[in-house]
Design a binder for this molecule. Structure first.
Ligand code: TXA
Ligand code: MG
Length: 348
């Protein structure tokens, strides 16, 4: 058990001397091999000096992460990517067009010291949009390796409160900032010799936004099984709340009907605002959390992990969820939810 220092930062005023002093302290800890949690625009990250092999190893211990799952390296400026990786022409165009952004590029490493705990010859690298994160990296003077803060297999964190619950005692410092603006991890892409790209993980930077580039289809997402996407199998459960989660596939009426027939006091329902009206009369009978309007994908993305973490605080033994529409950022929302459900869908 470590003694974890928890500090609050005013993300709107990070250039103020008081806030800068806090970030300097965090940067010094990183430089000296410590683990520091910091906010990003996607989810909270668990950071260590990417050049320090033993510091990076501590991340794996703190999260209980399998050692063969490599980490994303964060840099303060888009140009810094060129210091650490080979950038093919198409990647250069993407860097210029999007970065800083919630977009991670998998590139060939140019030095072996980066993310040294990872033996691959590639590195996943990103320049976040969040100013607190960028300032921290700048002050640390080293790239920061940082996965999402969730304990392995559990839902990622989009607010400081949930981070503290899971990581207090496992890291040196937690920087508590605002709730993450986007709420889903960055889009991860890689590059092929023919100038096409692969979307390895969907995210806020969508297929549509990348459509001017040639996207190779049928690339399996990172750690997805060979089975059809409808049944990835329990083995690949990720982002999971404590209670088993099932996605209900069917129209609103069938979903409401199913819940009315199957609910108990310990049933959780993850839904859109449009469902709330059906359950007014059943107050306190099931635990309902809405992630926003069914028409507002950004709101859904922002609230999804928060909702999954909140169910862990409620006395539920089963959670049913609505099925997000797989368009635009909906692709990423669906991806996280189906993994959280371990592929369990009930067709109504
Ligand atoms: O938004 C984000 O990307 C957040 C914040 C904290 O920046 N970070 C994040 O990191 O989601 P993590 O470790 O939870 O996810 C990294 C993903 C994993 O799926 C990993 O397998 C993949 O990126 N990855 C890392 N290095 C890779 C590489 N060299 N080749 C292919 N995939 C890689
Ligand atoms: Mg993660």
């Amino acid at each position: 058990m470590l003694l974890t220092e928890i500090i609050k930062i005013d993300e709107k005023n990070i250039e103020n001397p008081g806030e800068l002093a806090k970030l300097r302290k965090a940067a010094a800890l990183i430089k000296n091999g410590g683990l520091v949690v910091f906010p990003t625009e996607t989810v909270y990250g668990l950071g260590a000096n990417a050049f320090d092999e033993s510091a990076v190893k501590k991340i794996y211990e703190a999260k209980g992460r399998p050692s063969d799952n490599p980490l994303i390296v964060h840099v303060a400026e888009p140009e810094d990517i060129y210091k650490y990786a080979e950038v093919p022409e198409i990647a250069g165009k993407i860097i210029k067009k999007f970065l800083p952004a919630p977009l991670t590029l998998v590139l060939k490493k140019t030095g072996s010291e980066l993310n040294a705990a990872c033996k691959l010859d590639t590195v996943a690298i990103r320049c976040p949009k969040n100013k607190t994160a960028r300032k921290l990296i700048e002050l640390a003077g080293v790239p920061i390796a940082a996965p999402s803060t969730n304990l392995s297999g559990k839902p990622s964190h989009t607010n400081a409160e949930h981070v503290i619950k899971d990581l207090n005692g496992r890291v040196a410092l937690i920087i508590c900032g605002e709730n993450c603006e986007i709420g889903l991890e960055s889009t991860v892409i890689s590059f092929n010799a023919d100038n096409s790209i692969n979307i390895l993980r969907s995210g806020y930077i969508t297929r549509e936004m990348l459509s001017e580039f040639k996207i190779r289809e049928n690339i399996r997402e990172i750690s997805e099984s060979s089975e059809s996407p409808r049944s990835p199998g329990i083995k690949y459960t990720h982002y999971s709340p404590d209670a088993p989660l099932y996605i209900l596939s069917g129209n609103d009426e069938k979903i409401v009907d199913f819940l009315n027939k199957n609910k108990t006091k310990k049933t959780g329902f993850l839904c859109f605002d449009e469902f709330l009206k059906y359950f007014d009369a059943h107050e306190n009978i099931i635990s309902i959390i809405s992630i926003g309007s069914k028409y507002n994908l950004k709101e859904q993305a922002k609230n999804l992990f928060d909702a999954l973490n909140k169910f862990n605080e409620l006395d539920v033994d089963i959670i049913y969820s609505v099925e997000p529409e797989r368009v635009d950022i909906g692709e990423a929302i669906y991806n996280r939810l189906i993994k959280a459900a371990g592929g369990k869908i009930i067709e109504l």
